[in-house]
Design a protein around this ligand. Structure first.
Ligand SMILES: Nc1ncnc2c1ncn2[C@@H]1O[C@H](COP(=O)(O)OP(=O)(O)OP(=O)(O)O)[C@@H](O)[C@H]1O
Length: 315
């Protein structure tokens, strides 16, 4: 088990006839072993592409990405096959795509262990233990049933069990709760939390804010880059390697694309973004960090808030 993920300036381009689509335009991301991370963001922002890269299913066009010890740009095809068989578990979107329909639940997990065995992994978990981890053991004889006999939520948890059959350090799941009702979704969230507690790093692509909230970190992908990050209920913008920052939508409404900004680093560690056209007392400014003036004047207050600019008065 390792489960570390490192991305530096990661780029991916879909080459189509006549034109290219830059799906990832420089992703910088570090994920530590045992973390659970939700990849959120608008449709088409690059979440699934990032997941496919981490799974070694496609290759970076530029930049670096490592999963555990494997350098995804440099690894051979057989290195990537070994990584998937031993270190990474992948759940594709749509539970059925991960399952063999003619095998029972237990047989599906057992079958999934073959690849790891052929790569020399000896200490594989008992299929029943894997099914217990995702909450499928002891549910009305589910072990002997085939995928179509399970409920949609159970089928999705079986897909998780299949991905976990070789006890990978990293679990990658694409939309594991799509088309589930809220009860089944909560069971999947609970299963993912059990997996994380058992020591596996969990990375989930999701549109569902409830799933996002169930993960320790929420990383928002926008336009093929990391646009922001949530931790412990607080939202942060993330500075890119080129110095760019995705402004949150409420700030962007005040500072539309093309706005000229004066950027001032302040001695107290805060940063002031003042629009060139409106840097007068009483105009809008963005305060990037907490600042309470010593004289107690209500000026730059809580993190990320847009407040009136009293800077001249304070000065
Ligand atoms: N096979 C493909 N061929 C060409 N372009 C693709 C392909 N897959 C994705 N893209 C494009 O790459 C960009 C990123 O797509 P991706 O599927 O990674 O986004 P996403 O955030 O996962 O979207 P969604 O939430 O809708 O699944 C989009 O512009 C998409 O149209």
């Amino acid at each position: 088990m390792n489960g570390t993920v490192t991305c530096r300036g990661l780029v991916y381009i879909y080459r189509l006839e006549g034109y290219d689509v830059v799906a990832l335009g420089g992703v910088d991301l570090d994920i530590a072993p045992g973390e659970s991370v939700a990849l959120l963001g608008p449709s088409g922002s690059g979440k699934s592409t990032l997941l496919s890269l981490l799974a070694g299913l496609i290759r970076p066009a530029a930049g670096r990405a490592t999963v555990g010890e494997t350098d995804l740009a440099k690894a051979s095809e057989s290195d990537l096959a070994r990584m998937r068989a031993t270190e990474v578990g992948v759940v594709l979107q749509g539970a059925e795509r991960n399952l063999l329909p003619y095998l029972t639940a237990e047989q599906n997990v057992r079958f999934a262990q073959r690849a790891a065995r052929s790569h020399g992994v000896a200490d594989l978990p008992a299929p029943r233990d894997v099914l217990a981890l995702v909450g499928l053991l002891g549910v009305r004889g589910r072990l002997r049933q085939r995928p179509h006999e399970l409920t949609p939520g159970e089928r999705q948890r079986l897909a998780l069990a299949v991905a976990l059959a070789h006890k990978p350090g990293l679990l990658l799941a694409d939309e594991p709760t799509s088309q589930l009702d809220s009860v089944a979704r909560d069971e999947v969230i609970a299963a993912l939390e059990s997996v994380r507690r058992a020591g596996t790093t969990v990375v989930v692509v999701t549109h569902d804010p409830e799933v996002g909230a169930g993960m320790g970190r929420q990383v928002t992908i926008r336009d093929g880059r990391v646009g922001g990050e949530g931790r412990l209920g607080e939202e942060f913008a993330v500075v890119g390697r080129d110095g760019s920052v995705h402004l949150p939508p409420d700030v962007l409404a005040l500072l539309p694309p093309g706005t000229r900004l004066r950027v001032h680093a302040r001695p107290d560690g805060t940063v002031l973004l003042a629009p060139a056209h409106a840097a007068q007392p009483g105009s809008a400014v963005v305060v990037a960090d907490e600042y309470e003036p010593e004289d107690g004047a209500a000026a730059y207050s809580r993190r990320g808030q847009i407040v009136p600019d009293y800077s001249r008065e304070v000065a």
